[in-house]
Design a protein around this ligand. Structure first.
Ligand code: NDP
Length: 267
């Protein structure tokens, strides 16, 4: 029996227990996957208690990904560059921190949406935790260039400096986005959570693949993409399931089928 959980605050809305139950069922594994509401300033205490109860690992969601980064005793390269941890695997007294968000996005783009990222020009909106997590896995696919545009330009410029060793990146303010088509636009801002659309030039969406990291509803970004002739429009549900599948494989060594789970959640 694998003893697993997701920590967050709030956590009631989390789809992770359902997703992992479906993975376990598919693979015939015994998994007990709980959701744990940790008090805001007591993540480490809650995580340690769960580990002491014999847990094999856990996921971490908002607002504890940085706490989990500090809790881990070892970090994968993904986790180090992301500066955040969404998955911990426990081996004896070692807590190995991984970040599967970026690999989840890349797997959704390549395997589910059949998008080849090589030599593409990618525009990422936002320079928060999600952008930091997806940059290395995206750059590993050898795009022509990744442009990071953020409301606060200095944060995009910092990410450009931090990631320039891994590929061709540039960072600037949202107002500097040109009115010209790009291949792929990824909305990694939290504007959709507030029902808002970042204020950017319309022309960049023409013929582009537009992907919103948010899932669960049609967002203003997705409406904007449709109004401005995007070729493909997707939300972040596939990324959610794919990042969960990477965590599941990290813990158990078994790779689940994600397609069936994505289809079931969409229904
Ligand atoms: P952060 O709080 O770290 O960053 C938020 C970013 O959004 C900042 O760059 C901020 O700009 C920008 N922003 C917020 N409001 C606006 C606005 N009105 N106009 C323009 N820019 C805005 O959030 P995260 O990076 O952690 O998360 C971003 C999104 O990604 C969320 O919607 C989250 O749900 C989603 N996500 C989805 C996942 C999935 O599995 N599908 C996984 C992880 C995240 P500024 O710096 O100027 O404040």
């Amino acid at each position: 029996m694998y003893k697993l959980a997701v920590f967050g605050n709030p956590i009631e809305h989390s789809l992770s227990p359902d997703i992992h139950a479906q993975f376990a069922h598919q693979l015939g594994l015994k998994v007990d996957y709980d959701k744990i509401l940790a008090p805001i300033d007591e993540f480490s205490k809650s995580a340690q208690q769960f580990a002491d109860e014999g847990a094999n690992g856990f996921n971490i969601t908002v607002p504890f990904k940085l706490d989990a980064f500090n809790f881990a005793t070892e970090l994968t390269l993904n986790a180090k560059t992301a500066g955040a941890v969404n998955t911990i695997k426990i081996i004896n007294d070692q807590y190995i921190g991984e970040n599967t968000d970026g690999i989840g996005l890349v797997n959704d783009l390549i395997n589910n949406l059949k998008i080849d990222l090589k030599d593409k020009v990618i525009l990422i909106l936002g320079a928060g935790g999600a952008t930091q997590g997806i940059l290395l896995p995206l750059l590993n696919q050898k795009p022509k260039r990744i442009m990071i545009a953020n409301r606060t330009a200095s944060k995009a410029e910092k990410l450009q400096r931090d990631f320039s060793a891994y590929g061709n990146t540039c960072g600037f303010g949202l107002d500097k986005i040109k009115d010209e088509p790009v291949d792929i636009i990824i909305n990694a801002t939290s504007a959709s959570l507030d029902g808002k659309m970042p204020n950017i030039a319309n022309g960049c969406a023409n013929g582009a693949i537009c992907y919103d990291l948010m899932y669960g509803k049609q967002t203003p970004f997705m409406n904007w993409a449709k109004d401005n002739n995007a070729s493909i429009i997707a939300d972040g549900l596939g990324m959610l399931v794919e990042q969960a599948a990477c965590s599941f494989e990290f813990w158990t060594g078994s790779k689940p089928d994600t397609q069936a789970v994505i289809e079931k959640l969409r229904r």
